[in-house]
Design a protein around this ligand. Structure first.
Ligand code: NCD
Length: 309
């Protein structure tokens, strides 16, 4: 059967329907025990994935690479831009044309620039997966976030989630908002100091989800099933003095969490700096390391569906 995602670029969760999101999660759920028990599969034999990362990454790059290798495929990494012809002044367009010219089966791109993945998709014949374009979107993070929510709670419909932190600059929370909006009865509370509140374009795009705003977690804690925390995106502040002023403006600690009647599941795309205290880690509700592990299953499923193997 041909997958809904066969041959597709993955640029924005706003453009992916519920059926396709569910297909990725169902396939990730099917692959999870296979990968856990057998370690390596050979489903993507003779396929090559190319990772092109122009911004720092640990989890996203590694989990794409692990996913591809564990599925029996091969990986070529572009490496640091300092060691490529970008350092000689080669343009993004020429670089992407070249990468595509080597005919990888799929390209995974991360860039500082909003819209870079969409632009690359216009240049490349190979499918392009957006692994983060500036503060705009990070659709595969949203897929693994949905998968984590589904595993913890059984379903995504009706979930009540607080998105907390630097929502103004966060690409994970925008992609997650667009993805959650595809489900029924979702309630999103955007929790941030006013200077860091969610971008208007994100809120304007919501069609199904109910949403509201809060300055801090205290007043809304008891009505959340999940609290999704994000770090202050230091590298996206045009003015570093503003970053210094806002540093430490929100922090989740074990004591703050346990001071409420109900403890929500805690999620975080990682890396964390000081907005999520390490004393939360051993609470049974802490899901962020599981979230990172789920990245391999979800990305393996996604690549398989795009390659339609
Ligand atoms: C996120 C990112 O790169 O946007 N990290 C990730 O992919 N897990 C979040 C962040 O950097 O804060």
């Amino acid at each position: 059967m041909t997958s809904n995602l066969a041959g597709k670029d993955i640029i924005s969760t706003a453009d992916i329907d519920r059926k396709a999101l569910d297909e990725v999660m169902d396939e990730a759920e099917r692959l999870r025990p296979e990968l856990e028990h057998k370690g390596m599969l050979d489903i993507l034999r003779r396929r090559v994935l190319c990772t092109v990362f122009f911004e720092p990454s640990t989890r996203t790059r590694l989990s794409f690479q692990f996913a591809m290798v564990k599925m029996g495929g091969q990986v070529i990494d572009f490496g640091l831009s300092e060691t490529s012809s970008i350092a000689k002044g080669e343009t993004f367009e020429d670089t992407m044309r070249m990468v595509d010219g080597y005919s990888p089966n799929v390209i995974v791109l991360r860039s500082k620039t909003v819209g870079a993945a969409g632009a690359a998709a216009g240049i490349c014949d190979s499918p392009v997966i957006n692994a983060g374009d500036g503060s705009n979107e990070h659709p595969t993070q949203a897929m693994l976030d949905l998968f984590t929510i589904k595993r913890a709670r059984g379903s995504i419909d009706g979930v009540r989630i607080g998105l907390m932190g630097d929502l103004a600059h966060s690409r994970t929370t925008s992609s997650l908002s667009y993805a959650l909006d595809k489900y029924d009865g979702v309630q999103i509370t955007f929790i941030a100091p006013s200077k860091l509140q969610v971008r208007q374009e994100v809120v304007n795009s919501l069609r199904n989800a109910q949403f509201d705003f809060a300055e801090n977690f205290e007043g809304v804690a008891n009505r959340l099933d999940f609290l999704y925390v994000t770090r202050l995106q230091k590298e996206r502040f045009p003015d570093q003095a503003e970053y210094e002023r806002l540093k430490g403006s929100y922090q989740l600690t074990r004591a703050a969490l346990l001071g409420h009647k109900k403890t929500p599941f805690i999620m975080h795309p990682l890396p964390r700096i000081d907005e999520l205290s390490t004393d939360v880690d051993d609470l049974p509700e802490a899901k962020y390391f599981e979230q990172a592990k789920n990245g391999v299953f979800v990305r393996a499923a996604l690549i398989e569906l795009i390659l339609n193997v």
